[in-house]
Each structure stands twice: as C-alpha cells, then as structure tokens.
Design a protein around this ligand. Sequence first.
Ligand code: APR
Ligand code: PHB
Length: 391
Amino acid sequence: MTTHTQVAIIGAGPSGLLLSQILHLNGIGSIVLERKSRAYVEGRVRAGIMEQGAVEMMRRAGAAERLDRECLTHDGIEIALEGRRQRVSFLDLVGTPVTVYGQSEMTKDLANARLAAGGDIRYQAEDVRLEGLDGGRPRIHYVEAGAQREITADFVAGCDGFHGISRQSIPADKLRSFERIYPFAWLGIMAEVPPPSDELIYARHERGFALCSMRSRSRSRHYLQVSPDEDLGAWPEQRIWSEIAIRIGDPDFGVLKTGPLIEKSLTPMRSFVCETMRFGRLFLVGDAAHIVPPTGAKGLNLAAGDVHYLSEGLIDHYAKGRGDTLDRYAERALARVWKAQRFSWWMTCLLHNFAASEGFQNRIHRAELEYTLSSRAAQTALAENYVGLPY
Ligand code: APR
Ligand code: PHB
C-alpha cells in the first residue's frame, strides 16, 4: 500500500521535527522517517546554545513551554587568553542574550509536541531510498520491521544529517561541496557538578583550546582541544580536570569544580557546505547540507534558520499558490549559512593552537584575539554573530 503525504521528511533530529511541527500548524501534512529509535535520537549529546531566532522557532512550533521554564539566559561569555579571563557582554554590545538549553531536551520537546498533535513519526525506518526527485511526484521506499513500504510526496525535506541519504541522492554533477577539516578534535565531558562560572568560558592557551559550558546550574559540559586520533584511554578523569583548569587559568581549582564523568567523547572538527541545497523536489535542511565546527555553537541555529526559510516557502506554495519563496530557498538559506561558516571558522582559528610548524599563523590568530579583546568595535562584531544574524 502506498501512502501519500504533502512533505516527506527524512530524519527526526531537530531539523525534521521542527519542520514537521511548523508545517502541521500551518495545515500542511508530513510523514517523518527516522532510521534510529526514539531513545537513540534523544540520547545523543549535542551542543546547547540557542540564538533568539531558534527560541522563537520553538515558540512558533508550540514546543517552548519547558524551554521557557528551564532554560538559562546568558548575557555574555568569558574569554581566557593564556589564563587571563575577560568578559564579553552581548547585552551591552548588541542588546541580545543567548539561551542555554540542551539539544536533546529540545528534540524530546519537539517529538512530544508532534506526537501530541497526532504527528506521524516512523522510527526505525531502514534503507530509505528516494526516487523521482526531479519529476512530478517523488517516491520514498523504506523497510519497516522487515517489510517494504512506499510513500509518495509532493516534496521531500532531507533533514537526515551529514551521513544521511538525501544529499547522496543528488547526482554528483548537480552539486558542489566545500570542505575544511581541522587538524584537531574536541574531547567532550559531561559531569554532574556546577559550572565554574555563570557563563561559558572559552579559552585559548598555548596547550590548546578549552571550553567550560553547561546544561544547567548543576551539570557541566566541558571540552578540550586534542589531536583528531587521540586515544581517550590516555585521558583519565584527573588528567582531564587538571588540563581544563590550566587552560582556563584556574590551576589551583579556585572556581573549577570536579566530579565523576557521566560521558566522555571525541568530536571531529569540520566545515562543510553543499551547494546547492535543492535538487528538483528535494530540499536539504540542517546538517544534511552543512556542518560547522562547534566553536561558535551554530549547528542547531543554522538548522533552525533553514527550517524558517523552507517552511515559509512551503506555506506560500500551499496557502497562497506562490512558488517564488520556495524557489529562493537555497539562495536565502545559503546566504545565512556562509556567514555562520565564516564566524565558526574565525572563532575556531582564534581559539585553537595549530601545529608548531604553523608558528606564524598561531601568532596572527593570537594577535587577532588580543585585538578583539581590546576593541569594542571588534567585540561588537563577535557579539553580533554569536547571538545570531537575523533571518
Ligand atoms: N534515513 C532516515 N533517517 C536518517 C538517515 C536515513 N538514511 N540518516 C540519518 N538519519 C537521521 C539520524 O538518525 C538523525 O536522527 O537523521 C537525523 C538527523 O539529525 P541530526 O544529525 O541531529 O541533524 P539536524 O536535525 O539537521 O540537526 C542539526 O543538530 O545534529 C545536530 O550538530 C547538529 O547541531 C546540529 C543540529
Ligand atoms: C555545549 O554546551 O555543548 C557547547 C557550547 C558552546 C559551544 C559548543 C558547544 O561553542
């Protein structure tokens, strides 16, 4: 049996669920196909900083009730340069704060909102294949509990992340990709201890980058720059804590609180953009089309921007019979994506140590960070980008 839906959405991460819910609230039907189980999707540890625009999207989706109650609002960040900490106040510089709320919590809230509204999310949908994307009616094949299934749709939204099949379904001669792989990775930890400061601390140190972030007032999320092939076994808890302490300029543990780790993982660092973000009736959204290094916390926020532009295009198409907004999706989304790519690359360069053989580059980056910390104009540019450029 073949089911028809207006928009078939591949992937139930933040992009897919947010899109599905906003479409629903505008009278547009969708089916979401997700390869993994709900527990797996919601258990993934991801970043936790939301721009105002992403928070607004959650409100528009009617899924912000817990976020509004439990989130932390941060008016700025601290930057430690070789151990000396300085605050950058977003509120003073650009009048906008950022919101701290775990991405897995956001995913749970969206799935709950979707299911409460009778949404159709098909978890553990295996072997999804897309056909007829450049024709009038795409077909989506997948396997559910061993049985072949088929859906037809007016449009397909590829919200299936960097390793998904949507981007891979576009013929190679129809797209161009741009990529930079960085010569380091982040070792991330989660611990049930209060964070060392009320706001995030980003540190540049000759031993490498460090970041003290948080999920709540009692749960810390910290990162350390390590090599991409680092052996996590070489990082017992004590070594991790003392390295963070040194890099943020707190070697005597005056503010850094330690405790048993709940999670420890390695994140590779990459910048990637796929042009175009549209092929026929397929639209790429979020990580399926672009990856940023996590330094500027832009991954989720870019996904929210894409959903904003795509939902606007689909609403205009169905409600007003206007196709031009949808036709401009890739152009509008990519303009914002490249600005966030530039910012994420810039933050990454300024805060990390490249190899000793890159001595000149390392000194230039350090000088640029020193300059930024000494200039209100430069800090304003940082703040404007960190809190998020307008949609
Ligand atoms: N078929 C169905 N689902 C798939 C397939 C596939 N072939 N491949 C991947 N998926 C699912 C993944 O299991 C995942 O749940 O697509 C989802 C993609 O979700 P994310 O990777 O979270 O990507 P996105 O929703 O665009 O979110 C962007 O969240 O993932 C973070 O770092 C990312 O912060 C960024 C933001
Ligand atoms: C996080 O809390 O996981 C986090 C915060 C800020 C970043 C990256 C990750 O820049």
